[in-house]
Design a protein around this ligand. Sequence first.
Ligand code: NAD
Length: 489
Amino acid sequence: MSVQFQLYIDGQFEPGAASFGSINPATGQVWAQMPEARTDEVNRAVAAASRALSDPAWAGLTASARGKLLHKLADLVEKAAPRLAEIETHDTGKIIRETSSQIAYVAEYYRYYAGIADKLEGSHIPVDKPDMQVWLERQPVGVVAAIVPWNSQLFLSAVKVGPALAAGCTVVLKASEEAPGPLLEFAKLIHEAGFPAGVVNVITGFAAECGAVLSSHPDVDKVAFTGGPETARHIVANTSKNLAKVSLELGGKSPFIVFADTDIQSAVNAQVAAIFAASGQSCVAGSRLLVEASVKEQFLAMLVERVSRIQVGAPDDLATEYGPLCTERQLRHIEKIVANSVAQGAKVLAGGKALDRDGFYYAPTIIDCTGVENADSITTELFGPVLSVDTFSTEQEAIEKANSTAYGLAAGIFTTNLTRAHRVSKRVRSGIVWINTYRAVSPLVPFGGFGLSGHGREGGMSAALEYTTTKSVWLRTSDEPISDPFVMR
Ligand code: NAD
């Protein structure tokens, strides 16, 4: 019998307008029934968030009290991490090693924003009028629609829900229809932590109805979106109706630049992590290897050897290093792009095909695109385990190739030359640069991209400010009566 999840609206759990099966990507079989939110459920969730925004049960809390609730939520996330990780692994196919460590760390994001809640200070303006006092108050931006993709949903929602609640906003969190289980389970922790009804609502449903109604809803003040660039275009079009503030965290085609002077073994291991962790289904995947031509053969020989030892297996087995893709659609997309690239002249050095086992497994793949102009695997985000290889001979060429796509999320630079590390880091067009490391994250550090990778930053103090707006308050301090009504003050 499959597991049944529920929506969480206005402090109540409910079954939704209908239910749909969620597939375990490791078996290809339905493992749980998910509740579908349609127009009525979305409208009720937004109405609940809207009411809660001015309800004294939430609006009347001090910032420190909001921080305490967030601390409690962090403790509950930490305690529930094994259960949440198991659900995420069943629903997405991501390996239990990754989901367990990531979710335990998600608690730190809530702790960080718990600490920020009472530090969102306003300011005093020394205004140029002697009989006026002017100050800026920081106020919550309002009702936030947080829309997340299927991968790393607990993490990607923590960077939205954490700062939103710290700022005093209320939230409608939309889980991806591909794998909503982890967030629907997370709703139980919101309830247990004691947030007033309506402050956080957790729903899921399909893009055309649930996503569109939510992002265009007249009572939504901010849409915090993570997903693909195509969906982002729909979100921007939808928000032309409510004129909500929008933040976009989108995909990437991140370069991984290896200079000949680096520690090659260390860079090989980092490259494996950059593209094959989470089976490449990571927005920051280092999917374009740019290796200095003089060490190409050595680097690739070591990389192919290391990749041949990756432990493919069942995602819920602790020994597994590499699991399936989340959906069959994704598997077909990758097959198509790899076939196109090969037809364009790229050479497969490892993998290049689906694995012969149940579920949606695609082999860790390396394709040499050296000398192939605009290979599809270089220009398109695959969101999968495919590494495209190209070479460079000079620092200038490395930078030009790194900046040659429309994306700009992350970049890896491997060199032991300190001055070069600074020069290249400065000129690479990406929101994150990792030097001699890759895929490191922290709640303290902003995260986001340029170009097709979106705009806005999540994580860090500046992200919390994005959930506030300022109110300028003018106080006239003179006791003299206002005389001339037709003069601008
Ligand atoms: P997606 O864009 O298909 O879906 C994301 C969310 O948007 C889902 O909840 C979906 O239901 C919703 N949605 C889809 N159409 C909508 C519409 N018209 N209106 C409103 N909502 C709509 O993304 P996905 O396939 O689930 O995830 C993969 C993508 O996410 C990749 O491009 C990846 O790079 C990106 N991603 C980016 C980051 C980042 O922080 N930059 C992190 C993780 C994933």
